[in-house]
Design a protein around this ligand. Structure first.
Ligand SMILES: Nc1ncnc2c1ncn2[C@@H]1O[C@H](COP(=O)(O)OP(=O)(O)OP(=O)(O)O)[C@@H](O)[C@H]1O
Ligand SMILES: [Mg+2]
Length: 222
């Protein structure tokens, strides 16, 4: 049996009592796997990710995520805060009390993991959307996060960069034993994951391998 990296039991959450968003939602993701979460606009995918990351507290239920976790937003401009690549990746290490050579090694290791080694001095404003997403992921790798939560990270990317990013996350998960939960609308991205869930009406209504989930979505929207 693999260890569980992410576990949620009977989560409930709503912005008001009249309009519950999560209604007893449960899921489990084993360590070392790449899972995706699908659901219509407004179904509560971002809300669930925010609860998993501790940004929101559920009204009831249990939530466990291996720590520290890395969160990748839909829009990297909401996440990258420093002027250069190296400073941004190092920024997340400030609270760890590392020496300068340790910080430099961690930044290099993380940039190499996302194939951007040597990019330390590049200004953030000069990066493409896909490169910015890779820098956000490098920030999590520098912190040695075992878990990555990604909320529609390809929403602003063109199709080619979209494919590169999803492939890169899959290879990071497989080469480093990380666990990733990736929220998406795009059925073509499902091919890269190990398994996926569908969130509907406040609950996980379907869980399975990519092809099964694709067929389910295609049939339910036909
Ligand atoms: N801060 C907020 N205050 C009140 N309602 C909110 C707030 N944030 C989200 N909601 C509502 O909660 C519901 C779930 O939103 P959420 O962003 O989790 O959906 P989503 O599945 O991520 O949608 P999308 O696919 O559009 O990203 C929506 O009806 C949304 O309007
Ligand atoms: Mg969302």
């Amino acid at each position: 049996m693999k260890d569980v990296a992410i576990s949620v039991q009977n989560l409930t959450f709503g912005w008001s009592a009249q309009k519950p968003i999560l209604k007893g939602c449960s899921l489990e993701i084993p360590q070392g796997e790449f899972w995706m979460l699908l659901g219509n606009n407004g179904s509560g995918k971002s809300t669930l990710l925010k609860i998993l990351s501790g940004l929101l507290s559920p009204q009831s239920g249990e939530c466990y995520v291996q720590q520290p976790l890395g969160f990748v937003f839909q829009n990297p401009d909401h996440q990258l805060v420093m002027p250069t690549v190296g400073a941004d990746v190092a920024f997340g290490l400030v609270s760890e009390g590392l020496s300068w050579p340790q910080v430099r090694d961690r930044v290099q290791e993380a940039l190499s993991a996302v194939n951007l080694l040597g990019w330390e001095r590049r200004p953030i404003y000069a990066l493409s959307g896909g490169q910015k997403q890779r820098i956000a992921i490098a920030g999590a790798i520098a912190r040695h996060c075992p878990v990555l939560l990604l909320d529609e990270p390809t929403a602003l990317l063109d199709p080619e960069t979209q494919g590169e990013l999803v492939e890169q996350v899959r290879s990071l998960v497989k080469s480093r034993g990380m666990t990733a939960l990736w929220v998406t609308h795009r059925l073509d991205e499902l091919d890269y994951c190990d398994r996926a869930f569908i969130l509907e009406e406040g609950n996980i209504t379907k869980e399975g391998p990519p092809q099964e989930l694709k067929n389910y979505v295609i049939q339910s929207t036909a």
